[in-house]
Design a protein. Structure first.
Length: 290
C-alpha cells in the first residue's frame, strides 16, 4: 500500500523560498516528474527521428547555405534536400500529432505539480490519466490563450499582450487544483494576480531566465559531447544531438510548471489565507477525508 505523500507547507513565499520549494519538490519526486516530462515529448521526438526531418533543422540549413553562397549547384542541392525533408508525409504528420498531444505537453507536468504539492501519491500513469480526464479543459485553455495572443498582437500592442499573459500565468494550476473549466481557470488566475501583477511578472521572468540558462548550459555540454563522439555519420550525429538536446530541455523544463504551481499556491495564501485553511484541516480530529 502506498504511503501518504508530503504536502508543501503553505506560507507566503519570497522569491528565494519559492524557488527552493520548487527544487525540493523536483528532487523529491524526480522519478515521476522526469518520467512524465519524457513520456509527453517522446512521440514527436520519435516521429522526427523516424521521418528524418531532423535533418531539416533551420540552423543547419542556414549554415550550409552560407557555406556555399558562391556555389549555385551546391545551393540547389541543399534546397532540394531541404524540400525533401520538409515535404515528407511523416514530417507533416508531426503537426497534427503535436496539436492532439497539446493537452499532455502543456498540462501533464502541471497536473503532477499540483497533485504532488498537495501531498498526493502519484505515478507516471496516474498523472497521465488525470491529464487525460481534463483533456478538453486544457485544450480549451491553451487555444483561448493562443487566440488572444495572436489577436492582440495584431490589433493592440505587445505590452498589452504581456499584461494579459501575466494575469493568466497561473491558469493551468488553477484548472487542476480547483477542477476549473478553461474559462474559469483564466478568471481565477486573473483574480489571483490582481494587485500582484509586478511581482508575478518578476517571478515568471526569473523562472524562465533561470530555466533557460540551465537548459543552455547543459545543452551545450551534452550536445557538445554528442557532437564529438567519433565514428558517427553526419545524419546519425545530427539525430543524436537532437535527441540529447530534446531530453535535456524536457527534464530541465519540468522545473517551470513546478515553480508556476508554487507561485499559484503563494498567491492563494496571500489573497485567500490558504495556509490557514491547511492548518485547520491538519488540526481537525478524525481521519483525513478520502
Amino acid at each position: 500500500m502506498a504511503t501518504a505523500g508530503v504536502p508543501v507547507r503553505l506560507r507566503p513565499l519570497p522569491l528565494g523560498e519559492l524557488l527552493d520549494e520548487s527544487f525540493k519538490l523536483y528532487r523529491r519526486e524526480f522519478t515521476v516528474i522526469a518520467g512524465v516530462a519524457l513520456v509527453v515529448i517522446l512521440p514527436n521526438l520519435l516521429l522526427t527521428l523516424i521521418s528524418g526531418s531532423y535533418r531539416a533543422n533551420p540552423f543547419s540549413y542556414l549554415q550550409q547555405v552560407f557555406q556555399n553562397l558562391n556555389d549555385p549547384e551546391a545551393l540547389q542541392t541543399i534546397q532540394n534536400r531541404q524540400s525533401q525533408y520538409t515535404n515528407s508525409a511523416l514530417y507533416l504528420l508531426t503537426f497534427p500529432i503535436a496539436l492532439l498531444l497539446l493537452p499532455f505537453t502543456a498540462g501533464a507536468l502541471y497536473r503532477a505539480a499540483t497533485s504532488l504539492a498537495a501531498g498526493n501519491v502519484e505515478t507516471i500513469g496516474s498523472v497521465l490519466r488525470g491529464t487525460a480526464r481534463r483533456y478538453f479543459g486544457i485544450f480549451g485553455n491553451r487555444i483561448l490563450w493562443y487566440l488572444v495572443i495572436v489577436g492582440m498582437v495584431g490589433i493592440v500592442t505587445i505590452p498589452v499582450v504581456i499584461w494579459v499573459l501575466v494575469r493568466w500565468a497561473v491558469s493551468l494550476p488553477a484548472l487542476f487544483a480547483e477542477g476549473a473549466g478553461p474559462m474559469k481557470a483564466l478568471g481565477r488566475s486573473w483574480n489571483l494576480t490582481r494587485d500582484n501583477w509586478w511581482r508575478t511578472l518578476g517571478v515568471v521572468i526569473v523562472i524562465f531566465v533561470m530555466v533557460g540558462l540551465i537548459q543552455g548550459a547543459l545543452g551545450l555540454l551534452f550536445t557538445g559531447i554528442a557532437a564529438v563522439v567519433p565514428g558517427l555519420s553526419d545524419d546519425l550525429r545530427a539525430g543524436l544531438v537532437l535527441t540529447v538536446a530534446t531530453l535535456v530541455n524536457a527534464l530541465v523544463g519540468a522545473i517551470t510548471p513546478i515553480a508556476i504551481t508554487m507561485l499559484y499556491l503563494d498567491l492563494r495564501v496571500r489573497k485567500e489565507g490558504l495556509d490557514l485553511d491547511q492548518l485547520a484541516r491538519q488540526a481537525a480530529p478524525g481521519p483525513a477525508p478520502a
